[in-house]
Design a protein around this ligand. Structure first.
Ligand code: OGA
Ligand code: NI
Length: 342
């Protein structure tokens, strides 16, 4: 079976779109990182994505409704131990606090998928983002050894425990969301238990001019579902049609769940892959987030679920293999969905 990192190997990115700025050393924002001022924020502070308690007997219905109207929700009572989340955050902080030349030892290769570097979407924008990331697929041990030759066991252990817990939760959420469509795991053509996944540690360093920078530019996730821990510092925003950009308020202990492109295709666009971005913290705080991308094995086909089409709906997307879609997205970014539209 082809792994996700093997798929990414087919699409190399130029080094200048991989190496982050040495954020520790800059006092002003270089022109390469200055974005036009945006004034497209919604002024409606009351509007926000739903909060769903996984123990709520109505969770199936609420999750279906949230996916349909928002493409995202926050989940509480999800069973991920809070100390594990704190440990991941603290390991991420330890990583991003390393001197720039040390982090460069784990730099992502031009044709690689894992390691330290800028966001993969960087080549699609004229300016650089105020962001550095670290991507893990499977075991992080090789890059962790490069970062900390004698002291990497804790990092690897925490990351691996977190991935295991996230996988279980993602499966549970998949079950819940599909149930809202009256679809069961058996109706799927792949094994939900052996997904392709990635863990992304994001760092948005403290910025001398946060109003003129961008943390992570608007995008949709290529995943089926994404589970995000965004620490206590705000920054995540989602785009709501007719309203504009809305902040997703950090709630202690909650995880943000969003619909990715693969669920969008599978649900025949009933559950929209939500456009989102991360802004740099306005108060100059260093912000961290941890995203778990839960996907479908790369050799599998995705297409709108037959069960949904029985009810008279025509398919809006042609069938693609996950591998084909991941490459389409890597090369065409936001055009990818429209390229498979029927
Ligand atoms: C991502 C993402 C948002 C955030 O990693 O894909 O959207 O708040 N992150 O860091
Ligand atoms: Ni995202």
């Amino acid at each position: 079976m082809t792994t996700l990192s093997e798929v990414y190997r087919e699409h190399a990115i130029h080094l200048r779109h991989i190496v982050p700025l040495d954020f520790h050393s800059v006092r002003t924002v270089p022109d390469s990182h200055v974005w036009p001022k945006s004034d497209d924020f919604s002024s409606d502070d009351q509007l926000s994505i739903p909060i769903i308690d996984l123990k709520d007997p109505l969770a199936v219905k609420l999750a279906g409704h949230a996916c349909e109207t928002w493409g995202a929700f926050q989940v509480i009572n999800h069973g991920i131990p809070s100390n594990l989340v704190e440990e991941v955050e603290s390991e991420a902080r330890r990583l991003f606090s390393l001197p720039a030349q040390q982090k460069m030892k784990a730099l992502r290769e031009p044709a690689g998928a894992t390691g330290y570097g800028l966001a993969r979407i960087s080549p699609f924008f004229p300016k650089y983002m105020w962001h550095e990331g670290f991507t893990v697929m499977g075991s992080p041990v090789d890059h962790a050894r490069a970062l900390w030759p004698n002291d990497n066991a804790r990092f690897c252990d925490v990351i691996e425990r977190y991935q295991k817990k996230m996988k279980v939760l993602a499966e549970q959420l998949t079950h819940l969301i599909l149930k809202s469509l009256d679809v069961s795991l058996e109706d799927l053509s792949w094994d939900v238990g052996s997904p392709s996944t990635a863990l992304q540690l994001n760092s948005y360093p403290s910025c001398p001019d946060p109003n003129r920078t961008m943390g992570l530019a608007p995008h949709t996730d290529t995943s089926f579902l994404t589970l995000l821990h965004q620490s206590s510092i705000s920054g995540l925003q989602i785009f709501k049609e007719g309203v504009g950009w809305l902040s997703v308020r950090p709630i202690a202990g909650a995880l943000v769940v969003n619909v990715g492109d693969l669920l969008h295709i599978l649900s025949n666009a009933r559950f929209p892959s939500v456009l989102h971005r991360a802004v740099v913290n306005r108060d100059g705080c260093h912000r961290l987030s941890v995203a778990y991308f839960y996907g479908i094995p790369t050799d599998c086909n995705v297409s709108p679920l037959a069960k949904l089409l029985n009810s008279g709906h025509t398919p809006r997307y042609r069938s693609v293999t996950v591998k084909e879609y991941v490459i389409l997205k890597a090369k065409n970014f936001e055009e990818a969905l429209s390229l498979i539209r029927i």
